[in-house]
Design a binder for this molecule. Sequence first.
Ligand SMILES: [Zn+2]
Ligand SMILES: [Zn+2]
Length: 215
Amino acid sequence: MAGESGCKVDTVINTYGLASTDPIYDSIDEGLLARWTGADDRTEMGYRSLTAWFNKRLLRRVYTDHGRESLDTRIDSDYETLRGDDDLERDDLVERLEAAGIPGETVRDDMVSWGTMRTHLNDCLDGRKEPQQATTDWERESVETAKAVVERKTETALSSLAKKGDIDRGDAAEVEAQVQLGCPDCPTRVPFDVALDRGYVCKQHRSQALPSHDL
Ligand SMILES: [Zn+2]
Ligand SMILES: [Zn+2]
């Protein structure tokens, strides 16, 4: 599915010269695969957390190169701000970064989506993850599969639309399908994964009895 020349993850690794920080891995790709599959007694990571891990490595690299403090807490909070919904806060941070000589907007654009990370692991690196606890996580997997189908069909449609000139560079676009859950009592809408991670759809309208996995 990915082009022969690699995906955005590969481009970012090359552009920023991202290397493995762990001496047991020769490359950051090896480290990504090991974290994804839970090799070497690592805790298995999903696409979402691997994407955040990767993007934070990128941010840390840029900060280090520009002599900006790169403690975990700073990286975490700046990452949240750069990827968050608060436009004002984000613009403010980008401005402060630019003042320090760091191309904040470019770095933000160079961060990858989890859909791209999934393509990179499965297609570019030809990785395979054994479903170790297939029964515990089939619900999440099922929705992931549905989203993957939507993304693939959209990519096919986009490539045709791009050829017809209906969407310029549509074939190069990153497609990310999202399943939104809406609160039945107010306009709150959250992505399925977010609701699953936090255990409820709407904070204001969650039932009084806490869901079992919050206890
Ligand atoms: Zn790739
Ligand atoms: Zn609500």
